[in-house]
Design a protein around this ligand. Structure first.
Ligand code: RUB
Length: 306
């Protein structure tokens, strides 16, 4: 298999490339580059290598459905074709369409979501989500005086990236430890987070700690919003599949050799049930989480579960 495909898969697994949107775009890009570099002349061989590349990419990380959704989108364009050049251009075209539309989606989510942010709001966010940040930065650029509270997001501290990105844009931002969320929730007006997967029942799978934040927001009657492109909706959940929660190495939490006899657990994501979510902001508009099934029907139509 192409070194490049394997390298992208390794970078996704090692979190050099991270965040559901970036993971999806990098997978589409890897398939495009693979198609560009293919030198054989057998369509059947080309297709089977593309499928294999898709499998390698999909198996890099299990939770963000954006990854298989992007791979399937690109491969669907190639399947059934019997000419090498046709396959190549179909893959390139589909990959580029996916990348371009995912960038447009981010911008639209910002515009749609910013309407929900008011002048003077204190917004809390978790981890590092481009979609959530698009909402926040768009509201700020519209002239709304907002402040952001960013959780550090143990164990990998993606909150540091968020805090820096916001500060660079001149947005007032406060970094807090994850366990300070309930203490600060009294001051918060809105919570905005991203998503790795959204299930048919409206449950949102996002960075570990998200569901605790939703609980604290619910208790304090603070609006809890999720910003997510429609390719983060999980087709398999329509027919009862469960979203696999990635468990990452223990060493990310603490050095196991310093804790003999101690079991260290490191689930990377958690599930926030629909009843704790006020709305989901997609590029097609705002929906209540209970309408997730409608997005899935529209996006995946009759190919559900395939
Ligand atoms: C990232 C994470 C993000 C979502 C959405 O987890 O949970 O909230 O992926 O991000 P990790 P985006 O750092 O483990 O990949 O909106 O950028 O797609």
């Amino acid at each position: 298999m192409s070194h490049k495909v394997e390298e992208v898969a390794r970078k996704i697994a090692g979190m050099e490339i991270r965040g559901a949107g970036k993971i999806a775009r990098s997978a589409a890009r890897a398939l495009r580059d693979f198609a560009l570099s293919y030198r054989g002349n057998s369509a059947r061989d080309f297709l089977s290598r593309l499928e294999r590349a898709g499998e390698i990419l999909k198996s890099a990380r299990p939770t963000a459905v954006s990854l298989p959704n992007a791979v399937n989108y690109v491969l669907l364009a190639a399947r059934g074709r019997s000419d090498v050049e046709e396959i190549r251009s179909a893959v390139i075209e589909a990959a580029e369409r996916f990348i371009a539309s995912s960038k447009i989606a981010l911008k639209k989510i910002g515009e749609i979501g910013a309407r929900r942010i008011k002048d003077g709001d204190i917004v809390l966010t978790h981890c590092n989500s481009q979609a959530a940040l698009s909402v926040i930065t768009t509201a700020f650029r519209q002239g709304k005086q907002i402040e952001v509270i960013a959780t550090e997001s143990r164990p990998r501290y993606q909150g540091h990236i968020t805090a820096r990105q916001l500060a660079e844009q001149g947005i007032p931002v406060t970094l807090i430890v994850d366990s300070a969320v309930r203490t600060f929730m009294k001051q918060v007006d809105k919570v905005v987070v991203g998503a790795d997967s959204i299930a048919a029942n409206g449950a949102v799978i996002n960075k570990i700690g998200t569901s605790q934040i939703a609980l604290a927001a619910h208790e304090a009657r603070v609006v809890f919003m999720v910003a997510a492109e429609t390719y983060k909706f999980h087709p398999g959940t329509v027919i009862g599949a469960l979203v696999e929660i990635e468990e990452r190495p223990a060493g990310e939490v603490a050095p196991p050799e310093e804790f003999p006899g101690v079991k260290i657990r490191n689930p990377a994501f958690d599930v926030t049930p629909a009843e704790y979510i006020d709305l989901i902001i997609t590029e097609k508009g705002v929906i209540p989480p209970q309408a997730a099934i409608m997005v899935l029907k529209e996006e995946f139509g009759l190919t559900l579960g395939e």
